[in-house]
Design a protein around this ligand. Structure first.
Ligand SMILES: NC(=O)c1ccc[n+]([C@@H]2O[C@H](COP(=O)([O-])OP(=O)(O)OC[C@H]3O[C@@H](n4cnc5c(N)ncnc54)[C@H](O)[C@@H]3O)[C@@H](O)[C@H]2O)c1
Length: 241
């Protein structure tokens, strides 16, 4: 493949890092945008043909700045992966208004803004691929995670559809990947009994972040032209539809 550039938000850790490594291995130049700019830069340095940026996706001006910086550094951008998110577990009735705002601002607001900013650029160039990280929690209401997180991810699925419809005539696809619990540092940090969680999943195991990354890479590829507005599930059979 000719060298395309992919922007991955939240790409410094966890699933985002796996996605960055997959896209890089597939030949993309990768712009790694993360609140943790130092980790993003360290990963970029390790990979080469990549660059790290300190970005808070909840800040619309920072998202505008990310597109401008990626264009300045790489010349063009073809793929956006909206992966950055705040994952919190809290009892539903104890979630404060500030906590709700903070989660929605990043998970929905960051994804929505980036779909607007990069979507407009992709539409103008007549090509683009956007992949949004949703979650099983957004489909079934969630279990380990809080109601604010689950609600934000339901909204990400709706945003995926509205942007898919808007951008389809312009060569731009917008899709979601919806993981159930993965064997990732975040899951291990919020779940006490990881083995018990694995046993509760019909296939008897947590998901593999490397496989999620392959799903993202497939949706990000030029050949995925006829898939848009879709949500690809990877939940081990926890939610069948
Ligand atoms: N891990 C799972 O099992 C699982 C399951 C379902 C969905 N997901 C989704 O996959 C994505 C990645 O999950 P993860 O487990 O790797 O999460 P994580 O918390 O381990 O990593 C999130 C990354 O996003 C960054 N980030 C957080 N807020 C940011 C902001 N405002 N601006 C820029 N970067 C920010 C963090 O620094 C971190 O690098 C998320 O969208 C999450 O909702 C994960």
């Amino acid at each position: 493949m000719s060298a395309q550039t992919a922007v991955v938000t939240g790409g410094a850790h966890g699933l985002g890092e796996a996605i960055v490594r997959r896209l890089h291995a597939d030949g993309y130049r990768v712009a790694i945008a993360d609140l943790d700019g130092a980790a993003a830069e360290a990963l970029a340095k390790e990979l080469g043909e990549a660059k790290g940026y300190a970005v808070d996706v909840a800040d619309r001006a920072a998202v505008d700045g990310l597109l401008a910086a990626a264009l300045a550094d790489f010349g063009s951008v073809h793929v956006l992966v909206n992966n950055a998110a705040r994952t919190q577990a809290k009892k539903l009735m104890d979630i404060t208004a500030d906590e709700l705002d903070a989660v929605l601002k990043v998970n929905l607001g960051g994804t929505f803004s980036a779909c607007q900013v990069f979507g407009a650029h992709f539409a103008a160039q007549g090509y683009g691929r956007i992949v949004n990280m949703a979650s099983l929690a957004g489909q079934n209401g969630g279990t380990a995670t809080g109601g604010h997180y689950a609600s934000s991810k339901g909204a990400v699925l709706s945003a995926t559809k509205v942007f898919a419809r808007e951008l389809a005539p312009h060569g731009v696809t917008v899709n979601a990947v919806s993981p159930g619990p993965q064997d990732s540092p975040m899951v291990r940090s919020i779940v006490d009994d990881v083995d018990g969680l694995a046993r509760s999943i019909p296939v008897g195991r947590l998901g593999d972040p490397a496989f999620i990354a392959r799903m993202v890479a497939l949706l990000a590829s030029p050949g995925a032209a006829s898939v848009t507005g879709a949500c690809w599930d990877a939940n081990g059979g926890l939610y069948l539809r």
